[in-house]
Design a protein around this ligand. Structure first.
Ligand code: MN
Length: 267
């Protein structure tokens, strides 16, 4: 079974993580968890064939196509892990704090399982923070001792690309709006599910709907602040892109450049 390794590594119920139960679900959701264990890293998970295919990304995902982020493939996780946020107690596997950093849906740009086994998984994300096309490319390392678990997560160039993107600047849960330090300090986090509203725990609820409900309840100044910051970042990225286009001007890109400028001034 796909979740055997997941179950073998953990002791239930000492850990608040969900048990190794395979789901029949054929939805395509994804989650990125920010995980402060022995080392800070991000866990990137795609729902596929009833489990979450998972990679640990030490530097976190990036919207900058220039970044090639090392992604170590790890054991499949149960689909219930999509909503796991909280504290894994000391002495347990992966002990530390977990934040739901981003979530949403994904679209395979081809046959998902086939692209995965070929080591060339192309997909589009519809998340809160991560949007647009990405590729996960398996590195065929000839280095002795390599376990063959090394992949690269790379953003493709599209309208959602953001040069200079830094995931650390967006330290807030899309589920509860808490920072990683706030989750770590929140004693309620230690119990699986205890700090989350009932709506989010409804098993069959479409995740986005659940998140929308949470969001409506928590429509705070923080949301507005995030929006302003994000807009500023996008404007900077567009201005940068516009400068780059000017540097390599051709008749075609020159006209594109003027439309980019128009958009920037309107923002
Ligand atoms: Mn992890």
């Amino acid at each position: 079974m796909a979740l055997e390794e997941y179950g073998r590594k953990r002791r239930f119920p000492q850990t608040p993580e969900p048990p190794p139960k395979a789901a029949k679900s054929e939805q395509r959701r994804f989650v990125v968890q920010k995980h402060r264990a022995s080392h800070l890293h991000y866990d990137f998970r795609l729902e596929m064939e009833g489990v979450l295919k998972s990679w640990a990304v030490p530097k976190g995902p990036s919207l900058d196509p220039a970044d090639k982020r090392l992604a170590m493939m790890v054991e499949d996780h149960p689909v219930d892990y999509l909503l796991f946020e909280g504290i894994i107690p000391p002495g347990n596997y992966g002990a530390g704090t977990v934040m739901v950093w981003d979530t949403g849906t994904w679209e395979p740009l081809g046959q998902g399982p086939e692209m995965l086994s070929r080591g060339d998984l192309k997909f589009r994300l519809h998340g809160r923070k991560l949007k647009g096309e990405f590729v996960l490319a398996h590195m065929r390392s000839r280095r002795p001792g390599s376990k063959g678990t090394e992949w690269l997560l790379i953003k493709k160039k599209d309208d959602f690309a953001q040069p200079g993107f830094d995931p650390e600047e967006l330290d807030r849960s899309v589920l509860t709006r808490r920072s990683l330090d706030q989750i770590a300090a929140d004693e309620g986090s230690a119990e699986w599910g205890s700090s989350r509203p009932a709506a989010v725990r409804t098993k069959d609820a479409w995740l986005s709907e659940s998140l929308a409900k949470v969001d409506r309840k928590r429509k705070t100044a923080e949301d507005a602040k995030d929006a302003v910051e994000n807009k500023a970042r996008q404007a900077t990225a567009k201005a940068k892109a516009s400068r780059q286009i000017t540097d390599h001007r051709s008749p075609k890109t020159a006209s594109k450049n003027s439309s980019v400028k128009k958009k920037t001034s309107a923002a």
